[in-house]
Write a protein that binds this ligand. Structure first.
Ligand SMILES: NC(=O)c1ccc[n+]([C@@H]2O[C@H](COP(=O)([O-])OP(=O)(O)OC[C@H]3O[C@@H](n4cnc5c(N)ncnc54)[C@H](O)[C@@H]3O)[C@@H](O)[C@H]2O)c1
Length: 349
């Protein structure tokens, strides 16, 4: 339903201010009419030059945090169900760097996090305070989770084949049961050697697209369906999805689709407070890359040189990607949505 202007209380930047509740402190301010899913006209002024209309206090809190602010105080008096008061950081620049990258209280799912880039991402998110679920088809994910717990971080493993939607739902529901899903990193992917186009089979294409784009799409859907308070989704693409390359056409097509999907979902889910971004790594030194390059050693390939073939002359490390991912899911990237961040040492520059 459409609602007209509703009363809101002036925002108090003093976290202790709760006395101005008794009627006269209300100031009539014009707010955007909005349609609410539950029909309850809640208006609130979050002190960030933004007037938002949201369904409940928890939703507000999450939304403000994703916008880069921080709720210092909130209350929702039952006698005034139409009014919510929040005291936030008084300005954009007030939020500290530490606050902006603080993920404490958030639950994150990282797919394919048993090893490689996913394990590095899970580590950085856990170090930032998130409770991380490592969702991987490989049972070594349990070892990865155990090593994070041994470091005093919060992590657990759940077996998940991302091509199986029941598995995706089970992982997402686990996060919901633990208090809510905030972050989903679509990292799991495969890159078997495609070879010449003329010999690519349909079965090969089906498998490549099933894992690298269809499953990522399904995962993004299941995640977004469980982020009523907003959230952040990061999809692992590749520079192969941007510039192409001979002999990798199927992989390139699948990763190009990831980039296109990211743009589309950023548009569609942005209004719900869900930011969707992608990372396009260059060559990163992971078990998967080493395994793929191993057979080429016989042709004289210097694997270490190939991995460091970028203007920085530095091997791409999984943590390079993890740092970019931490940025994207954090308050530092509060206004970043629908983009693909290239992290390749300048290889495509
Ligand atoms: N390493 C690179 O150079 C590079 C470059 C560009 C993009 N990427 C992308 O980054 C992501 C991670 O790459 P990586 O090099 O760390 O890979 P990796 O092969 O080293 O590790 C991949 C992980 O994903 C898991 N996995 C594979 N299929 C799965 C499935 N169906 N369900 C659940 N888990 C599954 C594996 O068990 C493994 O733990 C991939 O999407 C890849 O395409 C990697």
């Amino acid at each position: 339903m459409r609602v007209g202007p509703v009363p809101i209380l002036k925002v108090a930047n003093d976290p202790g201010t709760t006395t101005s509740w008794a009627g006269t402190a209300y100031s009539q301010q014009r707010v955007q009419p909005a349609t609410l899913p539950n029909g309850i006209p809640l208006a609130l002024h979050v002190g960030l030059a933004e007037v938002a209309v949201l369904a409940d206090a928890g939703e507000l809190e999450a939304r403000v945090r994703f916008l880069g602010g921080r709720c210092r105080h909130r209350f929702l008096p039952t006698s005034h169900p139409r009014v919510l008061v929040v005291s936030t950081s008084p300005s954009w620049t007030d939020a500290s760097v530490a606050d902006l990258v603080d993920l404490s209280g958030r639950r994150a799912v990282v797919t394919g996090a048993a090893m490689g880039i996913g394990a590095a991402v899970a580590t950085r998110l856990a170090q930032a305070g998130a409770d991380v679920i490592i969702a991987d088809i490989d049972a070594r994910g349990e070892d990865t989770a155990a090593s994070l717990r041994a470091a005093g971080l919060s992590a657990s493993y759940q077996r998940c084949d991302i091509t199986n939607t029941d598995d995706l739902v089970a992982v997402a529901e686990r996060a919901v049961a633990a208090g809510g899903l905030d972050i989903w990193v679509n990292n799991a992917g495969i890159y078997p050697t495609t070879g010449p186009v003329k010999s690519v089979t349909d079965e090969f294409l089906d498998r490549m697209f099933d894992v690298n784009i269809r499953a990522q799409f399904s995962a993004a859907r299941e995640a977004a369906n469980r982020m009523p308070k907003g959230g952040s989704i990061v999809n692992l693409a590749s520079i192969a999805g941007i510039r192409g390359g001979a002999g990798i056409s199927a992989y390139t097509a699948s990763k190009g689709a990831v980039i296109a999907m990211t743009r589309a979902l950023g548009n569609e889910l942005g209004p719900m407070g869900i930011r969707v971004n992608a990372i396009a790594p260059g060559i990163i030194d992971t078990p998967g890359v080493r395994a793929q390059m191993e057979p080429l050693k016989a042709t004289g390939l210097d694997i270490d040189a190939a991995i460091a073939a970028n203007p920085l002359r530095t091997a791409g490390h999984p943590d390079h990607i993890a740092r970019a991912c931490l940025f994207l899911v954090s308050g530092l990237a509060a206004f970043v949505n629908g983009v693909t961040l290239v992290v390749d040492g300048g290889a495509t520059a």
